[in-house]
Design a protein around this ligand. Structure first.
Ligand SMILES: CC(C)(COP(=O)(O)OP(=O)(O)OC[C@H]1O[C@@H](n2cnc3c(N)ncnc32)[C@H](O)[C@@H]1OP(=O)(O)O)[C@@H](O)C(=O)NCCC(=O)NCCS
Length: 197
């Protein structure tokens, strides 16, 4: 590790895209233009990335509205799933992270691959940003009353695995997930948000 994680934690923040506003959408646009997929499962899917960029350039306000899932809920397995989306921010756009859960329970339906998803733009990777962002998201989860999260990564995703482990992730299972192709082996971890003070 060649960076100061404590300093990174102090300088990084999670921003609600709605509050960041249109004037800060340019970093997201630049990331898409450089080929960054906001959804990590769509890495390399150029049609998806180009489509997102086109949608953003057509109507920035609408794109931002759609992005900002905020307290909005989408229905999964017949019950509303809350998705809290944040931009990872260090004076500019670094990537995104989200927390998804059903109110009042720590159970997740099979369509949802864990409570957390994150992605950092390639030119800002390997400097502690994802590790710090996940630490900040644990505080958000604690405020939502969640005491135990399930977080998954692909077996060969060493970076994501390190991010989870550095935040106290406890490995408990290896195997596929119903939301992904059966040949993709995932590592499953528990993460424990500290209770809100
Ligand atoms: C996974 C990801 C978010 C990590 O972001 P990041 O900001 O580079 O992570 P950090 O800088 O906090 O690095 C955490 C650890 O992973 C290591 N790491 C980062 N990139 C790595 C890589 N490509 N290969 C191996 N280790 C890597 C870092 O060295 C660090 O290790 P350390 O704790 O021993 O110092 C980023 O690689 C990414 O966006 N990947 C594509 C999307 C993705 O896979 N998302 C996760 C889905 S589960």
């Amino acid at each position: 590790m060649t960076y100061d994680l404590r300093r990174r934690r102090n300088t990084l923040r999670l921003r609600d895209p709605a509050c960041a506003g249109l004037e800060n959408l340019s970093g997201f646009e630049a990331a898409l233009a450089a080929g960054w997929p906001p959804d990590p499962r769509r890495a390399g899917d150029q049609a998806y990335i180009r489509g997102e960029l086109q949608r953003l350039r057509q109507d920035k306000s609408k794109f931002l509205d759609d992005l900002n899932l905020g307290d909005r809920q989408r229905t999964v397995s017949a019950s509303p799933l809350t998705v809290l989306l944040f931009w990872i921010w260090d004076r500019e756009f670094c990537g995104s992270i989200n927390l998804r859960f059903h109110q009042g329970t720590e159970e997740l339906p099979p369509e949802v691959s864990g409570h957390v998803g994150y992605s950092v733009v390639p030119w800002k990777q390997r400097s502690g940003r994802a590790t710090a962002a996940l630490g900040l998201l644990l505080d958000v989860a604690a405020k939502q009353g969640l005491t135990r999260l399930v977080v998954l990564c692909d077996e060969d995703n060493d970076a994501s695995r390190r991010v989870i482990e550095r935040n106290g992730g406890q490995f408990f299972m290896r195997g596929p997930h119903p939301s992904d192709r059966p040949e993709r082996t995932k590592l499953y971890f528990w993460l424990h948000p500290a209770p809100a003070a």
